[in-house]
Design a protein around this ligand. Structure first.
Ligand SMILES: *Cc1c(COP(=O)(O)O)cnc(C)c1O
Length: 817
């Protein structure tokens, strides 16, 4: 448990190791090496320490004989590892000193690390926070993901429009923290056919793949906070094997074989950049299967190596599916148990249905995965047979419970009938898992009430809630050292591992001295962000202004365009309402849009164009600034979040499953302006109604309005401020000489039905924003509210989320090594 790192640490040896790597790994010269190479050499020297602990953890008998969770996710948005790992290892000061003696400032060196952006947004970041909390609390765990060659694209703006560029996060020089595990490589098949054969008088089925590829695992160290426990985040890289399609080679079709080789090499080439949206492409299903096949084979390898019986698999291993992306792992485990290990269907099903648990992340219909039966049959013929058999047996049970109810059969079936039959991955998950959870209380209720009411009736108690959380190590201790030190000065330094202790600072919320200190830290953080913006974007900011922040993927349901409309309303009022008064405000945005998401890209363009005009309009002076920070990523969030006064969480009620950006900002003392959606509901419960700005329609009101025939135009006609704000997008105010260049948003809202009820919520949003303006003018009161936000959101530590999983779903024991 308690780390020996600090006592074991030998500064002289460490410095020698850095120099050694500089010369032997990177062929660089001490005198001329760049900061980049010094960072890489330092990373390699540090990784030696964590690799040692990784292997020690892996080989620990306690771990081998314990029950473990296998967290399967197509995405792990881990962010930079170096700074965080140093904190966990307890070596931050020691390494600062060591690198200082070598002539380098650690903070500068940390900036040399490119974020591993192996995820899109909240879902991938959640997986990263969960790994951190599993290691911190020593619950036996392995994370399984994919080693994409290119992570989420890099974003830049050209004349206000998003441009995408590939993100080669490893660089040519490699990522210093990762270590290859060639002994654990796996073979994965695709295509081919299924054949029948007889063994000991029994008729059996087996898959003969048409091609196969190799999966090479790379381990990233997940270092437990103040502990020697290091778990692997095991990322599979796809490598084509040559010669590869034997049949093609034997037919003399050399080029055909080479072509297949190139295709196979592409399986882990790039992360799909869609967030909350699924497009059924073959390569995506190949990624999913490759991920599951490698991971399940590795789980079984560990199980066998520990000397456990296959029949006991679900005693030792549980597999958590992060959304439906790894669902194909269910028929894969069935296939291996039956076809390879020779178990009966019933035994295999008993194991499988007690091994998998599934986390639902969304109710959005466009995000619920379905795969065409014909594609699965071609790519994974044996798996399709197994899915049919699972469905057949399940529906037999449904018929018994609801005799003659064809409607129930149709709704619950894993197969959606139609001209093209589709496999509903969420249904397969619910049928095959021992637990299903949503990610916030409201969301989990909606999963039961609206998405899976029949399943909830059929499997009473299976559907449950685990509210998301964020790791306080990265999202407070590391990213906000000023606030961390202030807190530790009052309540000691145990809080990063016991976040509920933050409530002990609530007693200082009325303490004027503490308020001043708290606000001074906020100001420093705002200055740090302002400096970044000045240096990188050339925009000068006033740190007395309210820093208002909306940072998240760009999505209509998240309603960045509602935020924009409020900005337009302020701009309109500044120019047209004599005597209009407001506290200066800087509106920050950071968001990537999926490259194929047209309207999302139009919203980015519009915000950038509005920013260009507003920021340079002398009539506005510094009352209003709009800053769209490019290339949103974890390391950027770490600078923005500590500087936020206001956290924008304004999704249409019922659409945001949980949100975690909301938790990070409240933890760092920002006040939320938000709808009654996702975890906002629980944040309000914790901090109290007087310390949050709630507005807008609630879930039931949204549904009622839609059912009654929502007419956005009526809102437009009835509200002159809304009209003026929207109409600013119709002319050429922000695109001189080019009338209507920004009208896509306005058209979508007025004539496209406004599917996310932006206009219906506009007036109350403007009201809430006015309340914020008024509240900020009372700095003491604001400080008190901000302090109470930090103090009262201890619940949203991902340590608590993990304990909920452990106690209510996984039933693990901490190993306490
Ligand atoms: C926390 C985080 C998210 C999730 O933000 P939401 O506001 O919950 O959507 C997305 N991207 C990054 C880089 C994050 O750190």
């Amino acid at each position: 448990m308690k780390t020996n790192n600090i006592e074991k640490f030998d500064k002289a040896a460490f410095k020698a190791s850095v120099k050694q790597h500089l010369v032997t790994t990177f062929a660089a010269d001490e005198k001329t090496a760049s900061a980049k190479v010094w960072y890489l050499a330092m990373g390699k020297a540090l990784a030696e320490l964590t690799t040692f602990d990784l292997v020690a953890t892996e080989n620990d008998e306690k771990i081998k004989n314990a029950r473990s969770v296998n967290y399967l996710s197509l995405e792990f948005l881990i962010g930079r590892l170096t700074g965080n790992n140093l904190i966990s290892m307890g070596l931050y000061e020691e390494i600062t000193e060591a690198m200082g003696e070598l002539g380098y400032n650690l903070t500068d060196l940390l900036e040399e690390e490119r974020d591993p952006a192996l995820g899109n947004g909240g879902l991938g970041r959640l997986a990263a926070c969960f790994m951190d909390s599993l290691a911190a609390q020593e619950y036996p765990a392995i994370g399984y993901g994919l080693h994409y060659e290119y992570g989420l694209f890099r974003q830049s703006f050209e004349d206000g429009r998003q441009k995408e560029a590939p993100d080669a996060w490893c660089g040519v020089e490699g990522y210093p923290w990762e270590v290859a595990r060639p002994d654990f490589a796996q073979q994965v098949g695709f295509y081919g056919h299924v054949e029948t054969y007889t063994e000991k008088g029994q008729e059996k089925r087996r898959w003969v793949p048409g091609m196969s590829v190799e999966g090479m695992p790379w381990d990233l160290p997940i270092v437990g906070y103040q502990s020697d426990t290091v778990y692997p985040l095991r990322l599979w890289e796809c490598r084509a094997k040559a010669p590869f399609s034997l049949a093609s080679f034997n037919n003399g079709d050399y080029f055909e074989a080479q072509h297949a080789l190139i295709d196979a090499g592409n399986v882990t080439k790039v992360l799909y950049p869609n967030d909350n949206h699924e497009k059924g492409k073959t390569l995506r299903l190949m990624q999913q299967y490759f991920h599951c096949a490698c991971s399940i084979a590795d789980i079984l390898r560990r199980h066998d190596a520990a000397g456990h019986k296959i029949e006991d698999l679900s005693k030792y291993e549980t597999i958590q599916l992060n959304d439906t992306h790894p669902t194909i792992g269910i028929p894969e485990l069935m296939r291996v148990l039956i076809d390879v290990r020779g178990l009966s269907w019933d035994t295999a099903w008993e194991i499988c249905s007690n091994t998998f648990a599934y986390t639902n992340h969304t109710l959005l219909p466009e995000a619920l995965e379905t795969w065409s039966e014909s594609l699965i049959s071609r790519l994974l013929p044996r798996h399709m047979e197994i899915i049919y058999q699972i469905n057949y047996l399940f529906l037999e049970g449904v018929k018994l419970k609801w005799p003659g109810d064809v409607d129930k059969l149709r709704k619950l079936s894993i197969i959606e009938e139609g001209t093209h039959r589709m496999v509903r991955m969420a249904n397969l998950c619910v049928v095959s898992s021992y637990a299903v959870n949503g990610v916030a209380a409201l969301h989990s209720e909606l999963v039961k009430r609206d998405l899976f009411p029949e399943f909830n009736e059929y499997f009473p108690g299976k559907l449950t809630n685990v509210t998301n959380g964020v790791t306080p190590r990265r999202w407070l201790k590391f990213c906000n050292p000023g606030l961390s030190n202030l807190i530790s000065g009052k309540i000691g330094n145990e809080w990063p591992a016991h976040l509920d202790q933050l409530s002990d600072i609530a007693v200082f919320a009325d303490d004027e001295k503490f308020q001043k200190e708290f606000m001074a830290v906020k100001k420093q953080n705002k200055q740090r962000l302002a400096n970044w913006v000045q240096e990188n974007m050339g925009i000068e900011l006033n740190t007395d202004a309210i820093f208002d922040v909306q940072i998240k993927r760009l999505h209509e349901y998240k309603r960045q365009h509602l935020d924009l409309l409020n900005i337009l309303s302020l701009y309109h009022r500044i120019l047209n309402e004599p005597g209009f008064d407001m506290h200066p405000r800087v509106f920050f945005f950071a968001a990537k849009a999926a490259p194929g998401y047209h309207l999302a890209k139009e919203i980015i363009f519009a915000i950038n164009k509005v920013a260009e005009k507003v920021n340079n309009d002398p009539r506005v002076s510094d009352l209003l600034k709009v800053v769209f920070i490019p290339d949103y990523r974890v390391s950027m969030a770490e600078i923005i979040i500590p500087a936020a006064d206001v956290s924008e969480q304004i999704s249409t009620a019922g659409k945001e499953a949980s949100g975690t950006g909301n938790m990070k900002m409240a933890l760092n003392g920002a006040l939320t302006v938000g709808t009654m959606d996702g975890a906002n509901v629980e944040i309000r419960e914790e901090v109290g109604d007087e310390n949050i700005f709630i507005f807008g329609l609630e879930v039931d009101e949204v549904e009622a309005l839609k059912a009654s025939g929502y007419s956005p135009y009526k809102y437009y006609e009835a509200d002159s401020l809304l009209q003026a704000s929207l109409d600013l997008l119709a002319g050429d105010e922000f695109t001189p000489g080019k009338v209507g260049l920004l009208s896509a948003i306005r058209d979508n809202l007025l004539y496209g039905g406004d599917p996310y009820l932006v206009l219906a919520d506009f007036a109350d949003y403007v009201r809430a924003q006015n309340d914020i303006d008024a509240a900020y003018r009372d700095q003491k009161q604001w400080a008190k509210m901000a302090i109470l936000n930090t103090a009262l959101v201890g619940k949203f530590s991902s340590d608590r989320s993990i304990r909920d999983y452990v106690n209510n779903i996984w039933k693990l024991e901490s190993v306490n090594r």
